[in-house]
Design a binder for this molecule. Sequence first.
Ligand code: FMN
Length: 318
Amino acid sequence: MPSLDFSKPLYALAPLAGFTDLPFRSVVKKFGVDLTISEMISSNALIHNSKKTHRMLERSPIENPYSIQIAGSDLEVIKRAVEIINEREDVTGIDLNCGCPAPKVVNNLQGSSLLTDLPQMAKVIETIKKYSNKEYTSVKFRLGFNEKNHVDIAKLCEEAGADYIAVHGRTRAGRYKAAVDYDALAEIKQHVRIPMFANGDIDSPQKAKWVQEYTGAEGVMIGRAAVGKPWIFRQIKEGMDEATPELIKEVVLEHFDQMIEHYDSYGAIIFRKNLHSYSKAGYSGASLFRNEVNTIEDPKQMRDVIESFFSQNFIGTT
Ligand SMILES: Cc1cc2nc3c(=O)[nH]c(=O)nc-3n(C[C@H](O)[C@H](O)[C@H](O)COP(=O)(O)O)c2cc1C
């Protein structure tokens, strides 16, 4: 039985560097997401034995299937990175990042800049496929670098051996602002046989259903909307209504506790950005709360402030 059953709609948590770490992914997993993926991991950092990078490979025991996303374009480096990942039995797939628009990534022919050198992109995919001992080799890409050439890219992924693709419906030039081109996603589906996750601006159960039907994609992938609302996957899959204040409080505290467990007391500081997102879910005094948590470093004090804020100030969804 394959780990991903593409015969029914699937829902994935998009990789978000700085957000989709192990604590967050395990919180989201409890709401039924079908696939979780690590943050983007530099293949260079991985082969140079960076301790921090190796920690980023770890998954929570409840994450299954779980993919590791790598970035890179040097075939020898990619091969060695794949061999390191091969040693981990708890990984289901290796995903190649061909979407990251950040200049420091793009300047090294990594992330979205691989879309400017399709022959090299094909070789990278072939290298992963050849050396990986994992069930899936997948590629996450944008519609193009400056111009859209999504159909060519998708066909190339298929021919190079990708088992599935995830497509963010913008070009690199469109960053995170251009309108997502769902027609282009639908066009891809008409030209390749491998399954596709459609991605970009999906922020509600209704939109998830619409995008899936409109594009014909086997799955949808959600990133930013899950950051403040990890329960969105239960809303999609089980028809859950809006989250209750009790549920939100429980989730925020559980997420916080996992952060402290994973990062020790530094987790309280990293968690500030998550509190900014959670507090947007319909709370009065949210901006004062955000200012306050920005000054707190002590985990116990942070937990008390979180508990008190999420017990009192709910005013409903905004
Ligand atoms: C803060 C942030 C970090 C991201 N990190 C990654 C990453 O590590 N790998 C990747 O493939 N895409 C990354 N993306 C892109 C997302 O996976 C996704 O394609 C994009 O946000 C569109 O989906 P959304 O509208 O559901 O968020 C990132 C996006 C954001 C906003």
